[in-house]
Design a protein. Sequence first.
Length: 234
Amino acid sequence: MTPEQMLFLAGSPEFQSILAKDGHLKSLEAEKNNPAAEYHLMLEMLHGLHKLKDTPVMPITPAIWGVLWTMQNAYTLDSKEITEADSDAMFYLLANGLKRTGADPVQITLDSMGFSRAQGFTEDEIKTELCSLISLAFRPLRMLPRTGSDDDPVFDADWLAALVAVTARATNERATYIIHEMPLSACCMFYVQERKRTDTHGLIRKRNSGEIDAEIYRYTMELGEKFCAEHQMS
């Protein structure tokens, strides 16, 4: 990339906005060592409860995440815009648990309407809080090699069975306990540890900050080259 192109990108609000919204860049930044995130992950491993403002919430469990996916809740999809109804449903399930709410998607949707605002959250506030909990739940999976797929992930019964089977093998816990009570973050951690046992090439590991920064630079340059080409800046 030429110095002129670099100056063009640095002075382009449109390109800076693209960088700020890019999901892959956000994921890379989140992968860096984060003491606060590691602390909360440890609390989840020890079954600590969270609070969103004054509302106690349980950690995301495999059961809750699976039910949200069957509802096509946007938090479980990459290709769908998150709505206030999505936030209400997820917040409601985390605050009450599936044992109290049941798993009927229609009833959950009806019962959760307006729940976030009733607990004192704006639409943007609760979205930020829930995205943070999701990032925490799946944080252990950042050690796995990237697949490069752009497809929406599938969290169906096969996914649940595979996750439970691996976690049960690692912990000797009952399947029902894993599904309904074990934090999803803990399941993901045990899943990664099991994968490590068969990783003969050392691909499953935490990357250091230098490696992540290099990936951020490479990816940003790719975006920059594409942006320059689209704006006929050569």
